[in-house]
Design a protein. Sequence first.
Length: 350
Amino acid sequence: MTPTRIEITRPDDWHLHLRDGDALASVVAHTARQFARAIVMPNLKPPVTTVVQAEDYRRRILASLPAGARFQPLMTLYLTENTPVEEIARARASDSVVAVKYYPAGATTNSDSGVRELSRVYHVIEAMERLELPLLLHGEVTDPEIDIFDRERVFIERHLIPLRERFPALRMVLEHITTRDAVDFVSGAPANVAATITAHHLLLNRNALFEGGIRPHNYCAPILKRETHRAALLQAATSGDVHFFLGTDSAPHPREAKETACGCAGLYTAHAALEFYAEAFEQAGRLDRLEAFASFHGPDFYRLPRNEGRIVLERAPWIVPDEYPLAGSTCKPMRAGESLAWSLVETTAS
Ligand code: DOR
Ligand code: ZN
């Protein structure tokens, strides 16, 4: 029988870009209506590198929420080659910072301050391992010699395997995984290693970049991969394996920054995140495993309580708007103008 209703524990988004200022105010409600908590990425301009900056940013997020919203931002620090070890201790002691984000310099949006040479931050990673503060990895090499579709696999070979050997107790999350190689690495690792999976990497393969012409709104980092990889991600997400959990990587950009000669990376999915994941899980015939992926594995990994609220989705088709406001511009969301099968109809906070 085709299900018409899904009721699950309120989920969290373990990887999200909320931006700042007017853009933050434009997008945060989409996330807060679905998710109880979200891990907020620190790739602002300038990046969020200290606990003081993270706490200020957190206050700006809370101030941008619609009245009555029940939503908790979980903050991250941006790892640079100048991050002092003391900042790790401050992060561990803070109530608001839950992890540190590693961007290879140049890998994606606002990553110029990222790490050029991993060995230069070994002393900081050693402190994270000791203090059990998770390291969140953008897992791609930036070597221009490496084919863009191979950059995640090569990162695993060149950097991740050695990092695991050097810091076996380090708690790490390989973010927004896109390949079978990443699935194999993470599923074979112990419980201190995990991965997030986006809705767009579950639903789209790289053909979506070139359907009838170039599709800048489907360009993201890491780039969409071929169908065999999408199938491996869907299998992992719906397998019940606790290593894998929800992280949208929803990343709004103004339309003009994507529809241009050198467009920005990022898909905006926060407007319908759960609806997208439900569609993917339904495709795999595993709606029964959506709750564990969306609402249990993440808090269990981060050692946070599972949420008490609930959300309800119903099979009630709706058309995604062609655009949403984004600061003084607009943002074209995933599936703009198209129909989605599932609708979020109810969220209870506790
Ligand atoms: O597609 C992406 N967009 N990937 C990232 O890693 C960053 C993000 C952004 O901030 O726009
Ligand atoms: Zn991201």
